[in-house]
Design a protein around this ligand. Structure first.
Ligand code: NAP
Length: 288
């Protein structure tokens, strides 16, 4: 009998790609969606069923976890993500789930690290203590952030704004994170592994802009902005202060060049090289 794989955060950047790749492998996938309306188009993929869950409501998890063999655990970047994840791990233990693959973040193992990493590390520890076999994926910042957060100003003004200076970041394409996740969810040999995942090179934001310009044939420039302006912008969009501070801390680390390490893990786990930023832009040209 085919195993059932539950993917949470299924309509998100990484979850959606994992489900797409699993469905190409003829797997039995249950997509845990926050709302059936946003998850509607996942139903068209072969072997995929959708189930509505709210991480904040443990009672909504019972049906979703029935007969689940493996869990791809993705929670959103919120200040209560630990509580959400604990609800998922508790339900996984009750339902005797055999393996959890958790989407974490690069730097989660650092001491003392930064707040975003500590939130992930706390969840990782909770999973370790649950006794359920696990694999932790710790990716660098996503190339797809450019599409999700910067595409609008790139399209309108030919500019994108970040408090990054000339700090280099080893951005990864979420298609590569998904490929590693699929490998860990469908093959043996990944128990207790912690995979630090990066793209093939560390690039500054000016270098990203140069590649975006070359590939789109339009002048696209990076504008370095002061942290204060970014802070005000996020607060004016009603982002919780704790999360704003956590993001500013991440940006400061990246600006200082401390997120520039490159690993070979995507190649080692999947047998193929990770996508370059240039390839990513070629494949997403219409977004810019
Ligand atoms: N972005 C980066 O560069 C980066 C780098 C490293 C690690 N990470 C980590 O990646 C994770 C986020 O992954 P992602 O970017 O793929 O996620 P995402 O695109 O932000 O999507 C989050 C998903 O969670 C769902 N969701 C939100 N609240 C929910 C709730 N209460 N109950 C059920 N589902 C809920 C959302 O559904 P709705 O949209 O319908 O609410 C959505 O499907 C975070 O843990 C973050 O720390 C991100």
């Amino acid at each position: 009998m085919k195993e059932t794989i539950l993917v949470t955060g299924a309509t998100g950047t990484v979850g959606r790609e994992i489900i797409k790749q699993l469905s190409l492998q003829d797997r039995h996938v249950r997509a845990g969606v926050h709302s059936v309306i946003t998850g509607e188009n996942l139903k068209r993929l072969p072997g995929v069923e959708i189930v509505e869950i709210d991480f904040r409501k443990p009672e909504s998890l019972h049906a979703a976890f029935t007969h689940v063999d493996r869990l791809m655990l993705i929670t959103p970047m919120t200040e209560d993500q630990q509580e959400m994840a604990r609800n998922l791990v508790d339900e996984a233990r009750k339902k005797e789930v055999k393996h959890i693959v958790k989407l974490s973040a690069l730097g989660a193992g650092a001491e003392p690290g930064i707040q975003l990493g500590r939130w992930h590390r706390d969840i990782e520890k909770y999973i370790e203590e649950s006794g359920i076999p696990y694999t932790f994926l710790r990716p660098a910042s996503f190339m797809q952030n450019l599409v999700n957060y910067n595409a609008e100003t790139i399209q309108k003004e030919g500019k994108f704004y970040m408090p990054m200076g000339d700090g280099k970041v080893s951005f990864i394409d979420t298609r590569d994170i998904a490929a590693v996740a699929v490998e860990a969810l469908t093959n043996d040999g990944h128990d207790s592994q912690v995979y630090e995942l990066t793209g093939p090179a560390a690039l500054s934001h000016a270098e990203l802009a140069a590649i975006l310009s070359e590939e789109t044939g339009r002048e696209i420039s990076f504008v370095d902005v002061p942290e204060d302006a970014v802070q005000q912008g996020m607060l004016s969009q009603h982002m919780p202060e704790q999360l704003v501070n956590a993001l500013l801390e991440l940006y400061a680390v990246q600006k200082a060049g401390k997120s520039s390490g490159v690993t070979n893990t995507v190649q080692e786990v999947t047998g193929r090289a990770p996508h370059s930023f240039r390839q990513f832009v070629r494949d997403h040209k219409e977004c810019f």
